[in-house]
Design a protein around this ligand. Structure first.
Ligand code: M6R
Length: 610
């Protein structure tokens, strides 16, 4: 996720763009850049590593005079955090420049097919687009060049493009990454969200996927790929405050991040699925198939929510690839004498990439000769840098202290690795293909659950008054019960515990009474009947039951007070769906109890101390 802002009008562009960048900084702050078309039609650019303050410092001694420009604040995906990789990027001749949010999946192919003799200055996927548009623009108008390029791109983009040859306009395009156009008087401003726009105008058009526009100070013409002629799109009047706009209208970052999940799941798997092989491949894994086949055991290192993702990972690696796997808590692992060697593959799993206990454990594993790889969200973070390779989960910036979308994307990447290892061992092509097909359906299914947010809010109201709660799961869903309980604790401060349901009769049944509700995952999998028996026992002790169940399951209603239905998927992917109701339950319980949702008491987003 990155932030884009562009301006064309009758005022100095620099200040407007810089103010816009500040408002978009939450979308990424690895580097920032600004480009303005000067009066003599030159494209003048300044970029800097670090946040917008760093860029501002660089601009102190050089003013960018002009009334049209583009700017970008980066969340690195392809290419490290360097000034060369910062946007905007130029074409080869420096006559076209653009800023991009998203991932161009086929940039290597585009490079080879159309730009074989071009020299690139960055390691980004984005620079390829600038070169391509500029190449077409030698003969075509900017609009036609952008259209032609969009027809070739695979992946996601929010794009703003500027040309020294047509210096009065900005071309913008959207597919998968948001873009809003603010319509002003003799000025128009484009941005990744409404916040940079609101100080200038409240009339906003939100582009939909497949739409692109040609924008001058006076006009905004919108088109749709594959259809001829301008389309008629009405502007909306936006009454949001600045903060509401940054949260895309959601009340909290947490809620926004929960709703980001259908999109970021796609970002996690994009370019990594290999349908023709019934497998998956992760670019930064840095291991040959032969080396991967020799791995004898896997150790997953993490803390908190990331550890629950790893517990699911253990189940996946053992079930799909038959590799003995341990999910280890960082703060414990570092003080043990763990049995690992050079045939052990260690994955350090972390949203921030800075969690000290995970980092120190990673160092310990390296010291013992293990092969260490990161599964990390924050690009260029310490864990990512110190690992010998790995995979970014592409969840985008997660600002709420309680993790949601990073957890889901950790599950996605662990699943892809498990499929990869499985296919190197005994998993059949058919099984691999089936999993891939089901993965591709997940975003739509997550959306179906999010559509039930109001029903979950109602359920949360029923349970927020209780002092204690118990989460139950079995098999691959036991870690999801743990994560549900973890989320409820940290967001609402309600005490909760999680148990594998079959373990209840060994002690925890003693807790059950009408004041002790049970939240259970009872989806239709191979342990469904067992879970139903467990819930019969709970019901007999008069504990209220809220169940997460598979769509269409009527039987469950006889046992429960409340049911949240999730769509059917294959068992190994159930965690991705089943966690969503728990995130919403915890969120709405916290709202009901008037907690500080995005910054729960006593916690920090990144725990860099022991
Ligand atoms: O950044 P990390 O994923 O390494 O963080 C690990 C935990 O601190 C984190 O998951 C924590 O449990 C969150 N507050 C969970 O919502």
């Amino acid at each position: 996720m990155c932030g884009i802002v562009a301006y064309v009008g009758n005022k100095p562009a620099q200040n407007i763009l810089m103010q816009g960048l500040r408002r978009l900084e939450y979308r990424g702050y690895d580097s920032a850049g600004i480009l303005v078309v000067t009066k003599n039609k030159k494209l003048k650019r300044v970029r800097s590593v670090g946040n917008v303050d760093e860029l501002q410092k660089k601009l102190k001694n050089q003013k960018l005079a002009g009334a049209i420009g583009i700017a970008h604040t980066r969340w690195a995906t392809h290419g490290g955090v360097t000034e060369k990789n910062a946007h905007p990027h130029f074409g080869q001749q420096g006559t076209v420049a653009l800023a991009h949010n998203g991932i161009i999946e086929n940039y290597q192919y585009l490079k080879q097919k159309y730009l074989a003799n071009h020299k690139f200055k960055s390691e980004t996927d984005t620079e390829v687009l600038a070169h391509l548009i500029e190449k077409f623009h030698a003969k075509l108008s900017l609009k036609k060049s952008v259209e032609k390029t969009l027809g070739l791109i695979g992946g996601t983009y929010g794009l703003v493009v500027i040309s020294a040859k047509e210096p009065d306009k900005i071309m913008v395009a959207r597919s998968g990454s948001p873009l809003a156009i603010g319509l002003g008087k003799n000025q128009n401003i484009i941005a990744s969200d409404a916040t940079p726009i609101l100080p200038h105008t409240r009339k906003i058009i939100y582009l939909d996927d497949g739409e692109y526009a040609e924008i001058t100070a006076e006009e905004c013409q919108i088109y749709r790929l594959g259809t001829k002629g301008e389309i008629d799109k009405k502007a909306q009047k936006i009454d949001w405050t600045m903060e509401q706009a940054q949260k895309a209208g959601f009340e909290h970052f947490m809620l926004k991040e929960i709703h980001d999940q259908p999109i970021v799941i796609m970002d996690a798997v994009r370019g990594r699925l290999r349908p023709k092989e019934g497998s998956a491949r992760m670019g930064g894994f840095n291991m040959t198939d032969l080396q991967a086949q020799k791995i004898k055991q896997i150790t997953l290192l993490a803390c908190g929510t990331a550890n629950y993702a790893c517990m699911v990972g253990k189940y996946l690696f053992e079930r799909l690839a038959q590799i003995p796997t341990n999910a280890e808590i960082g703060s414990e692992f570092r003080y043990r004498n763990p049995v690992i060697d050079n045939k052990t593959l260690v994955f350090s799993v972390s949203q921030s990439g800075e969690t000290l206990d995970t980092l120190v454990s990673q160092r310990e594993a390296k010291r013992k000769g293990a092969r260490v790889r990161g599964i990390v969200n924050v690009v260029g973070s310490t864990i990512a840098r110190e690992a010998d390779g790995g995979t970014y989960i592409h969840a985008g910036p997660e600002l709420s202290v309680a993790s949601s979308k990073a957890f889901t994307n950790m599950l996605m990447i662990l699943t892809l690795y498990a499929v990869y290892f499985g296919r190197l061992r005994k998993m059949s092509f058919e099984t691999g293909s089936k999993i891939i097909k089901e993965i591709q359906k997940l975003p739509g299914k997550v959306n179906q659950i999010l559509e039930q947010a109001q029903a979950i809010k109602k359920a949360a109201k029923n349970y927020a008054g209780y002092k204690n709660m118990l989460f139950l799961g079995r098999g691959i869903n036991y870690p999801i019960a743990l994560e549900g309980s973890h989320k409820l604790k940290e967001l609402s401060y309600i005490h909760s515990e999680a148990y594998p349901a079959g373990e209840m009769k060994h002690g925890a049944n003693a807790l059950l009474d009408p004041k002790f509700p049970v939240v259970a995952i009872a989806t239709k999998n191979n342990l469904y009947e067992k879970m139903i028996s467990n819930l019969e026992e709970v019901k007999a002790r008069k504990s209220p039951i809220l169940a997460v169940a598979t769509k269409g399951d009527k039987k469950i209603q006889q046992l429960t007070q409340d049911v949240i239905y999730v769509p059917k998927t294959i068992e190994i992917l159930e965690p991705v769906l089943n966690v969503i109701p728990f995130q919403l339950l915890a969120y709405y319980s916290a709202c009901e109890l008037k907690r500080n949702v995005d910054q729960p008491r006593n916690l920090a987003k990144s725990v860099t101390v022991e």
